[in-house]
Design a protein around this ligand. Structure first.
Ligand code: R1P
Length: 296
């Protein structure tokens, strides 16, 4: 990746790669499964079609993208590491490499706040965020403020949520009887430790956090660290016309990286093409694609 920044606002390399994931248009599909670790990404990629061979890229910053086809449909698996900031890099940078809808399913592990066997699969309906309140005085605890802030919940895409639940039920291995929980609430936290109620040598003032959360949110079943931010960005994102009123040239028209043989890059463009609409001045306006997200 050539280390040249073209714009401080949205940095890309001179060959149009987004700066942290290292991708450019054509290398990531509209349908994405995101996971936390590269080994999991490669494990899932084993189910992709053998032909064409998958595109695999691990960026300088440790994001791994594997793009291939599943039964002919382009899919990417993206390993993003942990936490909201990494989820933010993922969502924003991938969005800039795509046209049309972006469909994201986060597939990850979580802690359980309900008494279910290890291995139970949960497909939450919504997620809220629990974050450390830096204005609370953690040293003295002499503060009128609360040590942790809890957001309103944000919903998953209902159609995608139902599709993920149905697919998991249909493909459940024989002999595994655990229920798939799907009417629950998730909490994404900004720490694996303090804001998930774990006790370390730091004065985190989190002794009452879990009982308080369960009292105010009885459907809360899981703790993890990424889903809320993915859902928040998915529901808040909307495209608009380019300020000039003209449709921006699709990034997917850019040539592929010369060091990667094009025959090794599965086409990511099986989505229906965007339908152009005209503004009052006759210029074409961008339609409004969606970002749809769910988690399991
Ligand atoms: C913490 O150990 C990590 O595990 C969970 C949490 O969200 C956090 O990222 O997710 P993954 O299993 O996807 O890594």
């Amino acid at each position: 990746m050539k280390d040249v920044i073209l714009s401080a606002n949205f940095p890309r390399t001179i060959d149009h790669r987004v700066y942290h994931l290292g991708l450019r248009a054509g290398e990531v599909a509209n349908r994405i499964v995101t996971v936390g670790s590269p080994s999991r990404a490669h494990g899932i990629a084993a189910y992709l079609d053998a032909v064409p061979r998958c595109f695999v890229l691990t960026s300088e910053r440790g994001f791994t993208t594997i793009t291939g086809r599943y039964k002919g449909v382009p899919v990417s698996i993206v390993s993003i590491g942990m936490g909201g900031p990494n989820a933010d890099f993922f969502m924003r940078e991938v969005r800039e490499c795509l046209n049309g809808d972006m469909v994201v399913i986060r597939l990850g592990s979580c802690g359980a706040l309900v008494d279910v066997p290890v291995g139970t699969v949960v497909v939450p309906e919504a997620s809220l965020s629990v974050t450390r309140n830096y204005d609370f005085d953690f040293t003295t605890s002499m503060s009128d403020d609360v040590p942790y802030r809890v957001s309103k919940p944000v919903s998953t895409d209902p159609e995608l949520h139902a599709a993920v639940k149905d697919a998991l039920e249909k493909t459940r291995p024989e002999g595994i009887q655990f229920p798939i929980l799907h009417q629950t609430l998730n909490a994404s936290t900004d720490s694996f430790y303090s804001s998930q109620g774990r006790h370390t040598s730091f004065p985190d003032h989190n002794e009452n956090l879990i009982p308080q959360l369960l009292a105010t949110h009885p459907a809360l079943a899981t703790f993890e660290m990424e889903t809320f931010h993915i859902l928040h960005l998915a529901t808040s994102w909307r495209t608009s016309a380019h300020p000039s009123g003209r449709v921006q040239p699709p990034l997917s028209a850019l040539p592929v990286h010369p060091s990667i043989s094009p025959s090794h890059i599965p086409s990511t463009q099986s989505e229906p093409p965007n339908v152009s609409v005209s503004g009052p001045d006759g210029h074409e306006l961008q339609p409004r694609p969606k970002i749809r997200a769910a988690a399991a």
